[in-house]
Design a protein around this ligand. Structure first.
Ligand code: HGY
Ligand code: MN
Ligand code: MN
Length: 410
């Protein structure tokens, strides 16, 4: 690898801060919910940066943004990607790091006057987070082909509006077709969003894969009644069933062991008043596990318990799947490459699975894919206080550059 290929650390850090000002929350953190006005402004900024680097910018039918640096030969490209949408209480780095480091890799190639053999692409996938419009990784799923475009466009979000209407409103319903791209390889740099690297005093994670994800939304329909006059034995309390199921999720994780995660992150009671027995409870359960069989078992137990709890209370219950991904293993040769590049830089590195979902787990269905993790201070993410040290950000980007250089040369 030519020695002069170096990341411009200050340049990368400046872009991260600049993008972080778009959707900045008072007191720190970022809110760029997918397809919001803030997402549009972030997209506009990204496209402007891509054009400054003289990349060919393509926007596809689901709004994925892909910048391409032409290669010497018209071969399948090597893609670096992630996302720039955030959760409502997000941080500076989740997603943005992977996209902006990809831009910086291209800038480094240009500064060194290097035209890679293969084309090199930087992708920002639409709606990776999935918290406004489920499922998560929506843009990469449509790009890869497993989620039909029309189904994605017809998705209605938590605010009752559709992906289609919002994509058109922000002007990112692009012309490029979906389901046709097939990179030679895919690399994603991301903050770990967990405590492992920091806890073990390590600088880099060579990510081996992503755990399985199961998002379910439950709707419980009971009978609202007066909180003061209705005897407990005569109630059909949707809220009480929600509480029982939420409690069951916690005991399920205790029974399945440390590898089983369970989160009840969203709940809406109706009419949500202190003196009215809830008529309706709509809530979500997020189950995750690296072990497919365990995740399947946990999901089956959850659905059976929910049905039984509803029957006991004499309420109706329905559920719908918001997202369902089996665990994914990344390409061993790429995991080796990431580990080798980290060691080549003299950085401490370990292999580990990802707890969070990422576009890389979808791209792994299309081509060899792998991820590079850098430590999250305090293991925090999906939190305005999300922080990763500058030196670690730059290390991650340098590893991305060196791994990309090797993959684009072959
Ligand atoms: O939910 C996830 O793991 C990802 O942040 N979308
Ligand atoms: Mn992310
Ligand atoms: Mn995230």
């Amino acid at each position: 690898m030519s020695g002069q290929l170096q990341i411009d650390g200050p340049g990368l850090l400046a872009r991260i801060q600049a993008l972080g000002r778009i959707g900045a929350l008072a007191g720190g953190g970022v809110c760029r919910l997918a397809l919001s006005e803030e997402d549009r402004r972030g997209r506009d900024q990204l496209v402007a940066w891509m054009r400054e680097l003289e990349l060919e910018v393509s926007i596809d039918r689901i709004g994925n943004i892909v910048g391409t640096l032409a290669g010497r030969r018209d071969l399948a490209p090597v893609m670096m990607g992630s996302h720039i949408d955030t959760v409502a209480t997000g941080g500076l780095y989740d997603g943005a790091l992977g996209v902006l480091a990809g831009l910086e890799v291209v800038a480094a190639l240009r500064r060194a006057g290097i035209t890679p053999e293969r084309p090199v692409q930087v992708a920002a996938f639409t709606n990776e987070e999935g918290s406004r419009f489920a499922p998560d990784m929506m843009g990469s799923l449509v790009y890869q082909g497993d989620l039909p475009l029309e189904a994605a466009l017809d998705t209605v979000g938590i605010d009752g509006t559709s992906v289609r209407a919002n994509l058109e409103r922000i002007g990112y319903a692009g012309p490029a077709p979906v389901g046709v791209g097939r990179p030679h390889a895919y690399l994603e740099l991301h903050v770990e969003q967990g405590p492992v690297l920091e806890h073990e005093g390590l600088e880099v994670g060579a990510v081996t894969g992503v755990q399985g994800i199961c998002w379910t939304e439950f709707t419980v329909s009971g009978v609202s009644n007066h909180a003061g006059t209705t005897p407990m034995r005569l109630r059909h309390d949707a809220g009480a069933v929600f509480v029982e199921i939420a409690r069951f999720v916690r005991t399920l994780t205790q029974r399945y062991g440390a590898g089983q995660l369970g989160t009840v992150g969203h709940c809406r009671l109706h009419p949500n008043l202190v003196n009215v027995i809830p008529a309706e409870a709509i809530f979500t359960v997020d189950l995750r596990n690296t072990d497919k069989l365990a995740l399947d078992g946990a999901e089956a137990e959850l659905l059976a318990f929910a049905a039984e709890a509803a029957a006991q209370e004499g309420v109706e219950i329905t559920h719908r799947s918001l997202a369902r991904f089996d665990p994914v293993a990344f390409a061993p040769a790429l995991v080796d490459l990431v580990e080798r590049k980290a060691q080549g830089l003299g950085r401490s590195v370990r292999r580990l699975p990802s707890g969070a979902g990422h576009d890389a787990q979808i791209m792994a269905r299309l081509c060899p894919a792998a991820m590079i993790f850098v430590p999250s201070v305090g293991g925090l993410s999906h939190n305005p206080a999300e922080y990763t040290k500058d030196a670690d950000l730059i290390t991650g980007a340098q590893i991305l550059l060196e791994a990309l250089f090797d993959l684009s040369a072959a």
